[in-house]
Design a protein around this ligand. Structure first.
Ligand code: SAH
Length: 259
């Protein structure tokens, strides 16, 4: 029997950026518990036409689990809807552990995480040959503690592309810590606020004016900070072509021809 409880990634905002599987589960759902602070109500009402709807913003973990348990016991289909992808800062682990303890089965359906919606808004590849082949998903320490070895200043030593969640409200501290790593005040940066929503906002800058531009734009939440040299590739016309499509490069599907 298919799982009756599904943790579903809603995607970054736009109603058509949820997966087909996620939308189908919402259509069949009898109960939907959604993260009202980040998931658009429009999306919930568009797909979940027959469900009882709960906004988890004002609920505790045990209240969420009680709603799930009661619905499960009466044989109903339940969707727990999280923004973006549920595995990234989704706080799903504690819910899944509670269900494990109750011996209740569930499934997880991935979603488009907001970092990738931000990259799409910027029309930017995050991995460019020679510049960076690594993307770090991270956040600045806030009320949620971050392990000492993962402080922003420490991981900034790598100089890779970084996508920084949950931190735009502390942008000055972010810049300060990044400058203690491999980045300089000339390192390109971007902020995408509400990527894929109708009121999406984009800032393109460097670390030297990042904080100022964020404050000018009045952005203090629901925004992604992206830093790294990949962002300069188009701005400065740097050559960052991939070998995959280079005429002289052979791979499993194509013989290369040297010019
Ligand atoms: N699970 C979510 C992240 C939840 S944490 C995901 O995969 O995207 C919430 C943080 O995600 C916000 O502080 C912000 O940094 C980021 N975020 C969520 N939606 C966003 C959007 N549409 N545009 C930019 N950043 C967003």
């Amino acid at each position: 029997m298919a799982a009756k409880i599904s943790f579903v990634g809603a995607g970054p905002g736009a109603t058509d950026l949820i997966t087909i599987r996620g939308a189908r589960l919402l259509r069949h759902a009898d109960v939907v518990i959604f993260a009202g602070s980040l998931v658009d109500k429009k999306l919930v009402h568009l797909y979940a036409t027959k469900a009882d709807i709960y906004d988890s913003a004002g609920m505790t973990l045990s209240e969420v689990i009680t709603v799930m348990m009661d619905a499960f016991d009466s044989g109903r289909e339940i969707v727990r809807l999280h923004t973006g992808d549920p595995s990234i800062y989704g706080a799903i682990q504690e819910q899944m552990e509670a269900l494990d303890r109750l011996d209740i089965d569930y499934q997880v359906v991935p979603g488009v995480t907001s970092a990738f919606a931000a990259a799409a808004a910027l029309k930017q590849e995050l991995t460019l040959p020679e510049l960076s082949q690594t993307v770090i998903i991270t956040r600045m320490e806030g009320r949620t503690p971050v392990p000492e070895r993962e402080q922003l200043s420490a991981i900034a030593q790598l100089g890779a592309t970084m996508v920084i969640y949950l931190s735009v409200g502390m942008v000055e501290k972010v810049v300060d810590q990044l400058l203690q790593g491999a980045y300089t005040s000339a390192t390109p940066a971007a902020v995408v606020c509400r990527a894929s929503w109708d009121d999406e906002q984009i800032i393109q800058c460097t670390l030297s004016d990042l904080a100022e531009k964020v404050s000018e734009a009045g952005i203090d939440r629901q925004a992604m900070i992206i830093v790294g040299d990949v962002l300069a590739a188009r701005r400065e016309g740097l050559k960052a072509k991939s070998l995959l499509y280079d005429g002289g490069f052979s791979h499993g599907f194509r013989e290369g021809h040297l010019a």
